[in-house]
Write a protein that binds this ligand. Structure first.
Ligand SMILES: Cc1cc2nc3c(=O)[nH]c(=O)nc-3n(C[C@H](O)[C@H](O)[C@H](O)COP(=O)(O)OP(=O)(O)OC[C@H]3O[C@@H](n4cnc5c(N)ncnc54)[C@H](O)[C@@H]3O)c2cc1C
Length: 295
């Protein structure tokens, strides 16, 4: 498979997700072009090899078991260009790098997203956002390779998206690049906002532990963290996973947590919050299950 890009074998997935959990993947491939990705998908389909695309692994709960297939990572698809006021970025670029490049070109519109870890592609899939700004606000179009290896471009108006949701969460499409509307503005003000937001993150989030950001979406007009805290669950621990004392909507890998510890903790939180408040918390993080048979 070397013709498709960089191939690693028997990869410990703990190093590829921010919870630091997971088993061994038989292969991890980083395609070196969009064409190579398309050919790789056709090859994997022909050979009935299962695959899963991973960005920065900062929004996923990977399984404890090993994966007999191929992890696809788009780190080498990381180009960035500007045409007039439109930015065209490949999905493997880290979100922080994209924002820095935009700022260098005078575009301030994604500045408040600084601090969200992971790739641009992962941010698109979950419509990542914070401080009132979401990735989809300024998307013009998205290009993808579908599960059969075909290239397509979709206009924003043809894509279903919502708060921390896009239709890409339910498909096997691989996002390869997107066009963003660039908005120019006061760079020094944007940099000052970034500084304040980063300080806020350090003060309110358990960044000293492995975690994958907010576990649950906020229910309409409510805060998931507040509900979990009020239910008395701060510090609640199962195995190596613990509800953060700093922010109750964060689960931390406190001590060699397994995926099953995190999932048991999620189930326990959902049950208690439902019992206390009658509210069904919805997961923001993505529970991954391997398809070891390539079906
Ligand atoms: C400390 C911390 C703070 C965070 N703060 C925020 C925040 O403020 N706001 C917020 O929204 N999120 C936040 N997150 C969550 C997370 O960083 C974001 O959801 C991020 O956008 C995920 O990107 P990723 O590349 O890590 O995606 P991954 O976790 O690797 O993947 C997420 C999903 O997208 C899929 N995927 C990834 N790339 C592609 C692609 N190119 N094509 C198709 N599918 C793809 C994966 O298969 C998976 O289903 C935080 C996480 C941490 C650890």
């Amino acid at each position: 498979m070397n013709e498709f890009g960089t191939v690693l074998e028997n990869v410990d997935l703990k190093k590829y997700n921010t919870y630091g959990i997971g088993g061994i993947a038989k292969y991890l491939i980083m395609p070196d072009s969009i064409d190579a990705l398309s050919n790789l998908l056709k090859y994997l389909n022909e050979n009935k090899m299962p695959w899963y695309v991973l960005g920065g692994g900062s929004n996923v709960i990977l399984p404890d078991d090993d994966f007999s297939g191929v992890i696809i990572k788009l780190d080498q698809l990381n180009s960035y260009e500007v045409k007039n006021d439109t930015i065209i970025a490949e999905s493997g670029i880290l979100l922080g790098n994209l924002i820095n490049k935009m700022l260098s070109d005078g575009f301030i519109n994604y500045a408040s997203l600084m601090g969200i870890p992971g790739s641009f592609g992962g941010a698109i899939v979950g419509n990542a956002g914070c401080y009132g700004k979401n990735i989809f606000d300024d998307i013009i179009s998205i290009s993808l390779i579908d599960k059969d290896g075909n290239f397509k471009t979709l206009k924003k108006s043809d894509i279903k998206y919502d708060y921390r949701y896009t239709e890409f969460k339910d498909t096997k499409n691989i996002i390869v690049k997107a066009e963003i509307k660039g908005i120019k503005g006061d760079i020094s003000k944007a940099l000052e906002n970034i500084k304040q937001n980063m300080e806020k993150r350090i003060n309110t989030q358990p960044l000293e532990y492995k975690n994958a950001g907010s576990v649950f979406k906020n229910p309409p007009d409510l805060s998931a963290g507040y509900l979990i805290e009020q239910a008395g669950l701060k510090g609640f621990t199962i195995g190596g996973a613990k509800v953060s004392l700093k922010h109750a909507n964060f689960i931390i890998n406190y001590h060699n947590a397994h995926s099953c510890d995190i999932i048991s903790l999620i189930d326990a939180i959902k049950e208690k919050v439902k019992k206390e408040y009658g509210i069904e918390l919805q997961l923001e993080q993505i529970v991954v299950r391997w398809d070891n048979n390539g079906e």
